[in-house]
Structure formats: C-alpha cells, structure tokens
Design a protein around this ligand. Structure first.
Ligand code: VAH
Length: 313
C-alpha cells in the first residue's frame, strides 16, 4: 500500500489522484494536516496527521500496512523565509520520521522531493550539472540540500531505498499556488482568465527551470518504478523540462488571449529567484531511468488555460 504525506499540496494532490488511478483507490492512503479539495477527499482513504509527529505517522503506516511513502509535505521557499525555524522543523523532522521508518524496515521505499532551490548564486546557471557547487541562500534550499545528504547517508549506511527528484518550478491548475517563488507562473493563468492582466513579482528577464505538473507526476512515478540497480544517484536527480522568463510566458499566453497584458513589480522573491539556475542538465535522469519531458511552453500554456477554464465553468 502507498502513503502520500502532504497529499493536499500542489504535488501531493495530483500525485494522489494519479496513483489512485494506477494502483486502486484503497491502496493509496492520503495524509495531510488539513483536508484537501473535493476531488481528492472523495477519491479514497484520508487521515489528518502532522508529518512531524513520528507516532502519528507510524500508527498510520502500521494500521494500513503501508510499504511505500511519498513524503510531499514541506514549507516552500518564500514562506520559509518568513518562518525559518518552522520551515526547517517541518522540512527536516518529517524527513527523519520517514527515513527512520524505512531504516527500521517498517516501510520499504521512500520518495522525497528536492528542488532546484538547492543551487545558489555560485552554481553555474545554464544547464546546471547533476554534481556541482551548491551554496543555497534560502532556508528552503538549505533544508533541501541537507535532506539530500541525509537521503544518501541512509541509503549508503542502512540500505534505505529512498529516491528523490530536484523539481523545477511546477505549474498546475488543480490546486492554488502555495508560497513558492515560481508560483508567479501559476497565478498568471488565473489572472489572465479573470482580468486579462497580471503584475509579475519577478522581473521580465528572470529565466527559471519550469515543468508542467503532468510531466513532474509522470517522472516521479517513473523513478519510483525503476529497478533499484539502475539508480546511480541517491541524493536527488536533476530534472529539466522547460525554461522561460515571465516575458516569454506572457507572450505564450497572448497567443491564446491576445488582449492579455503584463507588468512587473519585483519583490523579495526576485532576490530568491536570482540565486537559482536558469536551466537544468538532466542527462543523468535521462540515462538512468529514461526520462523525457513532453510539455513545451505552448503545450503547457494551452493545457493550463483549458484546465482552469474547465474548473471555472
Ligand atoms: C518554490 N515551487 O518556489 C517551489 C520550488 C524550485 C521552486 O521549490 O519554492
């Protein structure tokens, strides 16, 4: 049985729905600190629990006879800058809970999300390599870099089968944006449909690695289903996709909504975005588990507008 912790989050929601489709509703248990959207809540077993509460998570693992856990609970970059100690506590203690359950053989496989936020100002910005200098300057990035070190340590020391992906900015329409620096690229679609204009909190030339959620979910499940002997990386895999600036995204939206306009009012999140890469080299993921993204910028734009339109109707 599969457990998704943080099932109501941006990735967790779509991951839960996709896994339930694939493995059967009753084989995928959703857990979060609060209830999720209607589609999620009606699609299978749900438990309220705090990801940092070891006993609560262990009880759920034993009760449902869980054998693999996707730990998707985290505080993202912008929010963690406002609450550093709460961000560190949530991101790290939830990981230790799940790694220790695996070490004690109470579960046999773990997925844990890292992020391009592990890279910092001294990291090569274009086609950032799998192995490179990483001096993250955000609480979130520091927690993800530390988490990667712990994942590799538990794999090497205790044989824990933990797998991880450094997600780029993820674009989706099924959940509201949740405190990410890349979430301008989600908000913009809501505004484009509602009022045909958007004020971007990142400047027009800020290129960031991005990915449509369907590609990210497919990559996650593909990695988890890859035979362990194929995996060379046990910290976290770089995952590329597309890379675009707010200006390029606005141009893509104008193809569908000609009267759409954008203006720019960078805030503290601009400082975070400037420490991150512009594009990612994911050749290791392509080699080890045959990764290939499918959504380019225009295909993603069309899918986002169609998905949101459907939700609004
Ligand atoms: C954030 N969406 O903005 C997340 C992600 C790479 C960015 O980690 O914090």
């Amino acid at each position: 049985k599969t457990l998704i912790i943080g099932a109501c989050g941006q990735i967790g929601t779509e991951l839960t729905l996709k896994l339930r489709e694939k493995y059967g509703e009753d084989n995928v248990i959703a857990v979060d600190i609060r209830e999720g959207n209607e589609e999620l809540m009606q699609s299978g077993p749900f438990e309220i629990a705090d990801a940092t509460d070891y006993k609560a998570i262990e009880d759920i693992v034993m009760h449902y006879e869980i054998d693999e856990v996707y730990l998707m609970a985290a505080m993202l970059s912008a929010t963690a800058e406002k609450f550093p100690m709460r961000g560190w506590h949530l991101n790290m203690d939830s990981l230790f809970n799940v790694l220790n359950l695996a070490k004690d053989k109470k579960i046999n496989k773990v997925f844990w999300p890292s992020s391009i936020a592990v890279f910092g100002p001294s990291t090569p910005k274009n086609q950032t390599p799998q192995t490179t200098v990483m001096e993250p300057t955000t609480v979130y990035g520091i927690s993800k870099q530390s988490g990667e070190r712990w994942c590799e340590y538990y794999h090497k020391k205790f044989g824990v089968d933990v797998r991880s992906i450094r997600y780029p900015g993820l674009i989706s329409y099924k959940t509201a944006p949740g405190g990410g620096t890349t979430d301008y690229a989600v908000e913009i679609f809501h505004e484009a449909l509602a009022v045909k204009k958007y004020t971007s909190f990142l400047s027009e030339e800020t290129a960031l690695p991005m990915m449509f959620m369907d590609d990210a979910i497919r990559a996650t499940i593909q990695l988890m289903e890859t035979p362990a002997e194929n995996l060379k990386i046990r910290s976290s895999y770089n995952l590329g996709g597309i890379s675009f600036t707010p200006k390029q995204l606005a141009e893509s939206i104008k193809e569908e909504i000609p009267e759409f306009t954008i203006d720019y009012n960078p805030d503290f999140r601009q400082d975070i975005a400037e420490t991150w890469p512009s594009s990612i080299d994911d050749s290791q993921a392509r080699k080890d588990w045959n990764w290939k993204h499918e959504y380019n910028l225009s295909k993603m734009t069309k899918a986002m507008l169609a998905g949101l339109q459907k939700k609004l109707n």
